[in-house]
Ligand binder design. Structure first.
Ligand SMILES: [Zn+2]
Ligand SMILES: [Zn+2]
Length: 240
């Protein structure tokens, strides 16, 4: 069966962008060609539409645009392939969809959606304690440690403001340390916005947050055997 994103993409091109069927085919052919090319490069096994991670998709785009064989082929095809891929990436990012947000329901036409077997991810995880997590929140008296004034909502489970605990040095970096990262000194209580921000915010803003945490926690980290300079601390976490 056709990958879901292909169905959506074709539907988007014809229903939302109102392109002629021949143009839709043109775009799809370009992506089929790109799929074959990436498979030959052993970059993907399925089709480009099966790439469900946007970062991965952009990575593949970069790899292709630097590949000599692709560049040559693209030149022969009057940039048709790169244009097709750029178009699809913008669709995937949703940037092209913004202008059509009032028409987005046109993509909701009934279509058989393939359901897949749940995927099993097997990987080793370093143990982390739920008790420590819970304690971290209690110790901070359910206040965000970036700014105690940050408001959330009351959690049903605890009847306390909803907060999240965060490992400042990510626990999957444990193998680089001889002392545990699952310790009080490395755990902080954050409001949900700060927590998302420290994981996904702008690099410079994350760095500022890390400097602030480092200043507050330096001594405690040292006591826990986690000895590092400020820049080293920030770089380690940011390049992760
Ligand atoms: Zn976290
Ligand atoms: Zn906060």
């Amino acid at each position: 069966m056709e990958p879901l994103l292909k169905t959506y993409y074709k539907c988007y091109l014809s229903e939302v962008r109102q392109l002629k069927p021949s143009t839709v085919n043109h775009y799809c052919d370009a992506l089929n060609n790109i799929t074959r090319h990436l498979q030959e490069m052993k970059m993907i096994t399925g089709s480009i539409y099966d790439v469900s991670d946007l970062h991965r998709l952009k990575e593949l785009q970069e790899v292709l645009f630097e590949d000599a064989a692709f560049i040559a082929q693209n030149k022969k095809g009057n940039q048709m392939y790169s244009a097709g891929l750029n178009h699809y990436v913008r669709f995937a990012e949703g940037t092209n969809l913004i202008a059509f947000r009032h028409d987005i329901s046109k993509l909701d036409m009934p279509m058989p959606v393939r359901t897949e077997e749940p995927r099993h991810y097997e990987s080793k995880h370093w143990a982390r304690s739920d008790i420590l997590r819970e304690q971290t929140l209690a110790v901070a008296d359910y206040h965000c440690e970036m700014d105690g004034r940050h408001q959330t909502f009351v959690a049903e489970r605890t009847h306390k403001p909803y907060m999240e605990s965060h490992h400042t040095i990510p626990i999957h970096l444990q193998s680089r340390f001889s002392y545990s990262l699952d310790v009080y000194a490395n755990l902080i209580c954050l409001c949900p916005v700060c927590h998302r921000k420290i994981h996904y915010g702008l690099r410079d803003e994350r760095r500022e947050m890390l400097y602030e945490i480092y200043e507050k926690r330096r001594e405690r980290l040292v006591h826990s055997g986690l000895v590092m300079g400020k820049e080293e601390f920030a770089d380690l976490i940011l390049k992760d």
